[in-house]
Design a protein around this ligand. Structure first.
Ligand code: FUB
Length: 339
């Protein structure tokens, strides 16, 4: 992921124009996955650090080592840091790069899902379990069988089934897979071919495995055609999220190098989803990553930007803002910095 030029940014003005301020400022946090468990808001973010690694397109400078969970009594209260929840040194199969996590709650247990690289440099997704939403979490000895790439997001449907969405291209390695199989020679499709889709798999009853072969999701344009790999303003890049609004499934994601959070709507958790538009315009910093969560009958977008670190792409801060739906179910686009 290349570093963008930040020389032209007036950070004082930016802070004044920002629609929301960092929820956490004593450490850097990113990729916030938010959930309401037992009436309280819990945020599962990445914990950004400066690992002293040079910037590159593989995202090696995102050298995160652990997770902290944040809790909020209400959407306007302070985000409390509940301390170390999981460290990479305690995960037997993982070596480095604890990227964007998510969590789920079932039958009194809490499950933290996280991507990390093995010693061979390949990302997989693991699960760690706790009796508390804030951890500490005890990791399973091995990664989830058949998992790959990054950015797990777990959605609980109204029928009690749980689905994991995952995947990210470039540093997230999704371009190396076809039909769930890795090959070093695989690359992104050509511009005129269908873009690579994110992946979904239903989780097993014990929440520790996939209950089925992961499937690729199709994102369609307004004519029912698959979004093409060359359509960088709309194609899936990373950061999948799924929420349900008025009976429809909303799949949202980052477009990576065009820096949008956008969304597509479908009738099933497996898709296909039809592209609808942009939820969040670009933020300061190369990456953009979000979650959507209903708190007390209102819907919120949790996201991050690099304004606190004055534009350092791998030192980000989590934020929250309300999202609004139009009568027809479309989402009003948010500009993170009002002009
Ligand atoms: O935080 C590391 C990576 O940056 C995440 O996994 C991506 O979604 C991007 O936000």
């Amino acid at each position: 992921m290349p570093e963008e030029s930040i020389e032209h940014i007036d950070f004082k003005e930016l802070e004044q124009n920002a629609i929301s301020q960092p929820l956490v400022s004593h450490i850097y946090t990113a990729d916030p996955s938010a959930h309401v468990f037992n009436g309280k808001v819990y945020i599962y973010p990445s914990h950004d650090i400066d690992a002293g690694i040079a910037f590159n397109d593989n995202g090696d400078h995102f050298g995160m080592e652990d997770y902290h969970v944040f809790s909020m009594d209400s959407i306007t209260s302070e985000a409390k840091d509940n301390g170390l929840a999981l460290h990479v040194k305690d995960v037997p199969w993982a070596e480095r790069q604890m990227w964007a996590p998510d969590a789920a709650h079932k039958n009194g247990k809490y499950y933290l899902y996280f991507p990390a690289k093995r010693t061979n440099g390949i990302f997989q997704i693991g699960v760690a379990i706790s009796d508390s939403p804030t951890g500490p979490f005890i990791p399973e000895k091995e990664a989830i069988k058949g998992s790959y790439s990054i950015d797990p997001a777990v959605f609980e449907d109204e029928d009690g089934k749980y689905y994991m969405y995952f995947g990210g291209i470039w540093g997230g390695q999704l371009q190396k897979y076809r039909n769930n199989k890795y090959a070093e020679k695989n690359e992104e499709p050509k511009d005129y071919q269908s873009a690579l889709g994110p992946i979904v798999a239903r989780l097993s009853d014990d929440m520790k495995e996939f209950d089925e072969e992961p499937r690729e999701i199709k994102i369609l344009d307004e004519n029912g055609h698959e979004i093409l790999a060359g359509d960088h303003e709309r194609r899936f890049f990373e950061g999948p999220w799924l929420h349900k609004y008025k009976g429809k499934y909303y799949f949202s994601y980052s477009t990576g190098d065009t820096h949008y959070i956008c969304y597509a709507i479908g009738d099933s958790p497996y898709g296909p989803f039809t592209y609808q538009g942009i939820i969040l315009e670009p933020v300061v910093g190369w990456t953009t990553h979000h979650s959507i969560c209903k708190v007390d009958e209102k819907w919120y977008l949790f996201y991050h930007d690099s304004s606190l670190s004055k534009g350092i792409t791998h030192l980000r801060s989590i934020k929250v803002t309300e999202i609004n739906y139009n009568e027809d179910g479309t989402i009003q686009t948010i500009n993170p910095y009002k002009n």
